[in-house]
Design a protein around this ligand. Structure first.
Ligand code: FEO
Ligand code: CA
Ligand code: CA
Ligand code: CA
Length: 603
């Protein structure tokens, strides 16, 4: 068992080698099974999946496409019963619809099916007796099961932007109710048992920005919504299915996406909310730490090259057990963006070489954007700062980062870890060059950042930071694994979602492995003699991104989301590049991994 001061529980599994297999490959001795896949029944009355007879109505009862974030929430304090909550980030229409000949050629029925495949799922699951395996509850009441979709689920806007001119539309003149959630990437679980989900690349669903009012264009452009052409190539043209996706007609509709969403899976009748106080950007995820004074800090990344790391601090304090109160916490608070300082910036040459003092490290401050309900950005109102958060942040000089993805606190130390996935444009013409906190130019493999709040105060405004891991091939001198013997570590590329086990080991899943081999899940101790000994625990089938991950409270079952298996140029339903999980066509799905001896995952 884990001994304090000696580092976290050892990770004794044998590393999985890099590969290109069309399989979920797990560490030797571990078992796996598929829990649920795209098209499986979620709510009562769901028809059996039939690729040739898909419909929006069927999809709204079935498990959606492209599962990213996964939360496992115990039911009735039991370790045998839980709710699985999952994000359905986006769709691969070419892999969904037989006979696909291009996005522009989809029928409106198919477009609506794809819209319905976006969103989230809540699924009641049970543990198979005597093992670490889990499966959906087949004959339960299914009272909790729920599909939240982009097609029909109503969301309530909360916070300072709710009801303002920025979010009013002809269909919602009050500016308080949004249909659907889009591009939900990763997320987090709150201490009060709800799930937070980040609306990330929502820009891709809108067309017609060239016809939007001139004053809206700077923001549309900053958020990656093309203002130059009505139908950007590869666009889904969803305005055919629903005119609100045409920004010429409804320029404010884009302002109703790009938020952090909160869902209470234990109340299936609850209206999910979009919390505007947390700002609007390409939200990767949101993870919470309770500050010493009881206020709640929410850490968030904006996943874009040269974008920023954010923190939100609630005005009110967390009250254990008082969920009526806690459900209101994210509706008001202060929003900050991170500015990093360096002790040795002059020595950073962009190669990844450590500076003379032997570490990439320094201090930093959280710059306020909104504080005490007042805008801290000259010339912008609170409404403007929260809706056009990127433009507001640009004005106050935060540090441009290498695509901040998931951000999570180590439950043992309270230190914050940020996955910076990659930034191949770092140091290229006209772009920011390497600095100490983003130390490599043309950064194709990414790095992990550690942030330690001063005095452990997560509501505070100053911190120190360091980089424990610079990803890549350990044989490459431009990599770093906390000083560990690099001949013993696995190569890793493009960190994305992060998770901690109970003893404080960091688990990292990857997306877009620049070595050309499959993505995977890695684990690494952060303290003690094994600090930096990073090993690959599993790899996902070819073409897939590794998502989730999530551990059960007892540490014996690991859930991993296999997102977009077989996503390769030219692949289709009829000619799939992957046949995971059923041996015929590629389908995203969630798998569970366990050890038949009942060991903790990683032993
Ligand atoms: Fe959907 Fe930033 O990954
Ligand atoms: Ca991600
Ligand atoms: Ca995470
Ligand atoms: Ca990613």
């Amino acid at each position: 068992s884990w001994r304090p001061g000696r580092g976290p529980q050892p990770l004794t599994f044998g590393a999985v080698e890099p590969n290109t297999a069309d399989a979920l490959t797990v560490a030797a001795g571990y078992a796996q099974s598929v829990v649920i896949r795209w098209g499986d029944a979620v709510v009562p009355g769901a028809p059996a999946f039939d690729a040739y007879n898909q419909s929006p109505a069927a999809q709204e009862k079935q498990f959606g496409y492209n599962n990213d974030f996964v939360a496992i929430l115990p039911l009735d304090h039991s370790d045998r019963h839980a709710l699985l909550v999952c994000n359905h980030e986006y769709t691969n229409e070419e892999l969904m619809f037989p006979g696909f000949t291009g996005l522009a050629n989809l029928t409106v029925e198919q477009q609506k099916t794809a819209i319905a495949a976006h969103g989230m799922s809540v699924v009641e699951i049970e543990r198979v007796r005597g093992t670490g395996q889990w499966r959906p509850v087949a004959h339960g009441r299914r009272a909790y099961n729920r599909r939240i979709s982009a097609l029909s689920t109503k969301f309530r806007l909360t916070g300072p932007v709710a009801g303002t001119a920025s979010v009013r539309t002809a269909a919602d003149p009050a500016g308080r109710t949004v249909i659907g959630t889009l591009n939900n990437c990763s997320g987090g679980v709150t201490p009060w048992g709800t799930v937070l989900s980040g609306e990330e690349n929502f820009n891709q669903y809108f067309v017609g920005a060239d016809g939007a009012p001139q004053e809206a264009k700077a923001s549309l452009d900053r958020y990656g919504i093309s203002t130059a052409t009505r139908y950007p190539s590869g666009s889904r043209q969803w305005d055919k299915a629903d005119p609100r996706f045409d920004l010429t007609a409804t320029p404010n509709e884009a302002n109703r996406f790009g938020w952090i969403v909160e869902v209470d899976p234990f109340d299936p009748d609850s209206t999910p909310r979009k919390h505007t106080a947390l700002g609007r950007f390409k939200h990767e995820a949101a993870n919470i730490v309770i500050a010493p004074d009881g206020r709640v800090a929410v850490y968030m990344g904006d996943d874009e090259r040269f974008d920023y790391l954010y923190k939100f601090v609630t005005h009110k304090r967390y009250r254990p057990g008082d969920n009526r109160h806690n459900l209101t916490l994210l509706e008001s608070g202060d929003l900050y963006v991170a500015k990093f300082s360096y002790t040795s910036a002059a020595e950073i040459d962009g190669s990844g070489k450590l500076p003379g003092d032997g570490a990439f490290d320094g201090s930093g401050v959280w710059l306020p954007l909104v504080k005490d309900n007042r805008s801290m950005v000259e010339g912008m109102t609170v409404e403007q700062v929260l809706v056009h958060t990127r433009l507001a942040a640009d004005k106050i000089g935060p540090t441009k980062m290498d695509r901040p993805e998931d951000v999570e606190a180590n439950p043992v130390t309270g230190h914050i870890y940020v996955a910076l996935t990659n930034n191949t444009q770092r140091g290229t013409a006209g772009k920011a060059a390497a600095d100490e906190v983003n130390p490599r130019n043309a950064n194709k493999h990414g790095h992990i950042l550690e942030l330690v709040e001063d005095r452990g105060d997560h509501a505070g405004t100053s911190f120190t930071w360091s980089i424990p891991i610079v990803c890549g091939d350990p044989a490459d001198p431009a990599t770093y694994f906390a000083g560990y013997d690099k001949t013993k570590v696995s190569r890793i590329s493009c960190p994305d979602n992060v998770m901690f086990d109970r003893s404080g080991n960091l688990w990292i899943s990857t997306d877009g492995n620049a070595f050309g081999t499959n993505d995977g899940l890695f684990a690494v101790p952060l303290s003690g003699p094994e600090a930096g000994h990073l090993k690959q625990f599993l790899t996902v089938p070819k073409g897939a991104e590794t998502c989730g991950p999530a551990l059960t409270g007892d540490g014996e079952s690991l859930f991993v989301a296999v997102q977009h298996p077989g996503e390769f140029s030219g692949a289709s339903w009829d000619s799939p590049a992957s046949v995971w999980p059923d041996g015929d066509h590629a389908k995203p799905g969630i798998a569970v991994v366990w050890h038949p001896d009942g060991r903790s995952i990683g032993r």
